[in-house]
Design a protein around this ligand. Structure first.
Ligand SMILES: *Cc1c(COP(=O)(O)O)cnc(C)c1O
Length: 356
């Protein structure tokens, strides 16, 4: 089914389309052959992101998924183990890429928020012996996507880094929404990113670019990552066309994420009083809000279909969970419309109360 138009698309922050200013930056981009290291705009973006994240070097890539997979390919050998959250993107949403490409396996931690403690990790590290998998990577998501956009505190990241160093592991940050965390806390992104052995940001989520991610790390890591980028077919040609959008977004689309967070908080307020409706997170909303419909008796798919008919798209995540994400193409008014539509749809669809 093709989406209704106009569409209030709360399904994901990948729905964003490049605006006029970004399109002008794309049109004016100075370009060269990226694969030869001769695209000046791509090189400028890589330098800029390395600085932003407090890392030595950075590498422009077609997607965040490729960034995660390349990081594992560099850090791991076949049979190594990656500790991550059970609801992490790397574990559930990348086509089993780690198993298929680097041959690593996951040691998932059950956590509704996507956050876990240093003790949670320490308990899962293997005793080094020939019959055990080799613990190799701790992977965290900043912010936690399926955990409801939660922010890893800097102190926990530093503690994980200390554990990783002690045990000879790599700390990897999937920073698809790292800049949301930076804006929400007011801390520079480097405070979260610099302690990591590899970290990337997505350009095609909240930053509003059409394509791209940038992976950063120490020089030796990026040298190895470049080999894998080429091997996987990620090397590009006049990629300055895409990198220009990234540079534009870093100038214009970061501080404004505060609006996305305010819009998501407003959505939480609009839905807060609905009987039987659970909100996740309950406080500290960034740009992701889950609703748990199990207490309303309304299946997630039924609600999503009713909303779609009214020009609103949400993401169905299981039988009674729906995800909504605010972004640059969602206005404060869109949120009012969507919030009211959800309240009305639930009132209509809710199973009749006993005796009612
Ligand atoms: C979207 C996302 C990815 C993958 O990024 P793509 O650029 O879509 O490949 C990885 N991790 C998280 C947490 C994400 O939200």
């Amino acid at each position: 089914m093709s989406p209704p138009s106009p569409l209030i698309d709360l399904a994901a922050d990948t729905a964003t389309r490049p605006g006029e200013g970004m399109r002008q930056a794309i049109a004016a981009a100075v370009v060269g052959d990226e694969q030869r290291g001769e695209d000046p705009t791509t090189l400028a973006l890589e330098t800029r992101v390395a600085e932003l994240l407090g890392q030595e070097k950075a590498l422009f890539l077609p997607s965040g998924t490729m960034a995660n997979q390349i990081a594992f390919l560099v850090h791991c050998r076949a049979g190594d183990e990656i500790v991550c959250a059970e609801n992490a993107h790397v574990f559930g949403s990348e086509g089993a890429g780690a198993a298929a490409l680097s041959g690593a396996q996951f040691r998932p931690i059950e956590t509704a928020t996507g956050l876990f403690s240093v003790e949670d990790v320490a308990r899962r590290l293997r005793v080094p012996r020939h019959r055990s998998p080799r613990s190799r990577v701790i992977a965290i998501e900043q912010t936690t996507n399926r955990g409801g956009g939660r922010i890893w505190p800097e102190a926990t990241i530093l503690a994980l880094k200390a554990l990783a160093q002690e045990k000879g592991l790599a700390l990897h940050m999937d920073g698809a929404r790292l800049l949301n965390a930076a804006v929400a806390t007011g801390l520079p992104a480097a405070r979260f990113a610099a302690p990591c052995d590899s970290v990337w940001i997505d350009l095609s989520k909240g930053l509003g670019c059409p394509v791209g991610a940038v992976l950063a790390g120490p020089e030796g890591f990026i040298e190895e990552a470049l080999i894998w980028k080429h091997r996987l077919g990620g090397a590009m040609r006049q990629s300055g066309i895409l990198a220009a959008a990234g540079l534009y977004a870093l100038d214009h689309n970061v501080a404004r994420m505060a609006e996305d967070h305010a819009n998501a908080r407003r959505l939480a307020t609009l839905l807060g009083g609905v009987p039987g409706l659970g909100l996740q997170p309950e406080g500290d909303v960034t740009n992701i809000l889950f609703i748990d419909l199990s207490g309303t008796g309304v299946p997630a798919r039924t609600l999503a279909e009713a909303l779609f008919g009214a020009g609103i798209r949400v993401n169905v995540e299981g039988e009674s969970r729906v995800r909504m994400v605010t972004h640059i193409d969602i206005s404060a008014e869109d949120v009012e419309v969507a919030g009211r539509a959800i309240v009305a749809a639930l009132a209509r669809l809710r199973s009749p109360q006993p005796g009612g």
